[in-house]
Design a protein around this ligand. Structure first.
Ligand code: SF4
Ligand code: SF4
Length: 502
């Protein structure tokens, strides 16, 4: 059924041994939590609390905005002490609206939705499950942070037949999904069954890279009673975890350019997302914590930690014994697709899979030199693009030209930058260009909307003027008709006058 026709990619040094044998440990509750309103792709959530409010663990503190969005819940009990701009976990270092909670140390739960304990078939409809996943604020936890309920709803627009569970975890250093599969295989498989039920698909493929033999064994064992779930061991090659490459490797189906995997009948969810879905269905708990790998040779005690969302990276580093020596780079996520952290003061959010403190010899950094046209980036690109040409176009500011040769098909895997002997930060150029094009697109959609509002206002004014004119004409006509009617009526001569005149 499957083939490894994935082209390009790179062979990496994985360094997973630093944390793969570290069982997940709970993070002590921090004194203060910072919960950004935007922890997902889409519009920021809208606060439903004000400064001074007392909140309970799991309580809704910001509801989803209309359209693509996800709500935010308090990850512990305490008091809202600020709703203000705070540094975002993004390389831009830009600030974004954040709800700040001083925890009270009691970790008191809010009342949660009733657990659904039925075995399959579940006593709820797929639509009810979707609403529960949406209300729990679950987003893709592999890094993309796409609201999961929106993905579950794709069945209303696409012919879906396959759910693909992404347990590849192809980024070096990261082991949070590996540990989750090893330690909570039954919950992960329960989540997979729930997702398949919500999506109404019959076929499930669970994909794991071969460098996680224990996770493969645990998931195979947990899925033994579900023969319709196919567990597949994938070769270890970056970026095997990229959605469209995973789909190609596991189903042989190629996602057309600028299309979704849903266009070819496949929806992909991450293992941590599956576990979060199981948790919200079985216990009512919204997404308020996640497993994070803290690793790299710049950290004293690499670990896998179950972290309440909103905990500062600084607190995580302290919990892991601190930095040693001072790292060359601090990264949020994996070293290939993650991004440098602007500060240790940023919070852990729903999409934070890792925090890496890398020393200089772990980083493939070097002074940038001119392109020698070696073609390595072209061979490495799993999307069949020509990174050197795209980068030249982006440098010249010709974003449309870069788009014409496939910029939007770039999955930001970083393979080209990694392989480049001239240390040209190719994928940074592409991320920048995609950001610019996104901003231009948003701007043009905003202009279109303004134009259509102005046009609607003009049309309304014209309609109102027309209606006024018609009403005035009708009044005038009615008046004229009344006058004509009164002129045409026979004169009513009183009887006395008649008598006199005869
Ligand atoms: S890998 Fe670097 S040096 Fe080689 S062709 Fe690509 S951009 Fe040029
Ligand atoms: S161009 Fe994009 S998809 Fe191709 S290797 Fe570079 S980052 Fe990856």
């Amino acid at each position: 059924m499957w083939s490894f026709r994935v082209r390009g990619g790179v062979k990496l040094q994985y360094h997973k041994e630093l944390s793969s044998e570290k069982a997940v440990v709970p993070m002590p509750l921090p004194r203060r939590l910072y919960l950004p309103l935007q922890q997902h792709i889409g519009a920021p959530a809208l606060p439903v609390v004000v400064v001074g409010d007392t909140v309970l663990k799991g309580q809704l503190i910001a509801k989803a905005a209309p359209g693509l969005s996800a709500p935010v819940h308090a990850s512990s009990s305490g008091t809202v002490v600020a709703i203000e701009e705070y540094v975002a976990p993004h390389p831009s270092g830009l600030r974004q609206k954040t709800i700040v909670i001083d925890t009270d140390g009691q970790d008191r739960w809010a009342e949660l939705p009733k657990p659904i304990t039925d075995d399959f078939p579940l006593g709820v409809t797929p639509a009810e499950l979707n609403s529960r996943v949406a209300a729990a604020g679950i987003v893709g936890m592999g890094g993309a942070a796409f609201p999961s309920a929106v993905k579950l709803d794709l069945k209303s627009r696409y012919q879906l037949d396959t759910l693909l569970i992404n347990g590849a975890e192809c980024e070096p250093y990261l082991t949070c999904d590996d540990r989750l599969m090893r330690e909570e295989a039954a919950a992960v498989i329960d989540g997979v069954r729930i997702l398949a039920y919500a999506l109404e698909v019959q076929s499930v493929v669970f994909a794991i890279e071969r460098n996680k033999p224990q996770a493969l064994a645990a998931i195979r064992e947990a899925a033994r009673v579900e023969p319709w779930i196919k567990v597949m061991a994938l070769p270890t090659r970056f970026p095997m975890g990229s959605e469209r490459h995973l789909v190609l490797a596991c189903t042989g189906r190629e996602t057309p350019s600028r299309k979704l995997t849903a266009d070819i009948g496949v929806v992909v969810h991450n293992v941590a997302t599956a576990r979060a879905v199981a948790r919200t269905v079985r216990s009512g708990e919204p997404l308020i914590s996640r497993v994070v790998t803290v690793s790299g040779r710049g950290i004293r005690e690499p670990a896998n930690i179950n972290v309440p969302l909103g905990t500062l990276v600084e607190d995580l580093l302290v919990f892991c014994g601190g930095l040693h020596p001072v790292p060359h780079k601090l990264i949020g996520g994996g070293p290939m697709m993650g991004a440098p952290l602007p500060s240790v003061q940023v919070p852990v959010v729903k999409g934070t899979s890792g925090v890496l403190a890398l020393t200089a010899d772990e980083v493939n950094d070097g002074a940038e030199s001119p392109c020698i046209r070696c073609g390595s980036c072209v061979s490495a690109c799993p999307c069949g693009l020509v990174p050197l040409e795209m980068a030249q176009l982006v440098r010249r500011g010709d974003l449309q030209g870069a788009q014409a040769i496939g910029l939007q098909d770039c999955v930001s895997c970083g393979s080209c930058s990694f392989i480049c002997p001239s240390h040209i930060p190719l994928s940074h150029y592409f991320n920048f260009a995609k950001g610019q094009l996104g901003a231009l697109d948003r701007d043009s959609r905003r202009q279109d909307r303004i134009r259509s509002l102005i046009q609607a206002r003009n049309e309304r004014a014209a309609r109102e003027a027309e209606a006024k004119k018609a009403a005035a004409a009708a009044r005038k006509a009615a008046k004229a008709a009344a006058a004509a009617a009164s002129a045409a009526a026979p004169v009513d001569t009183p009887a006395s006058q008649l008598e006199e005149s005869t």
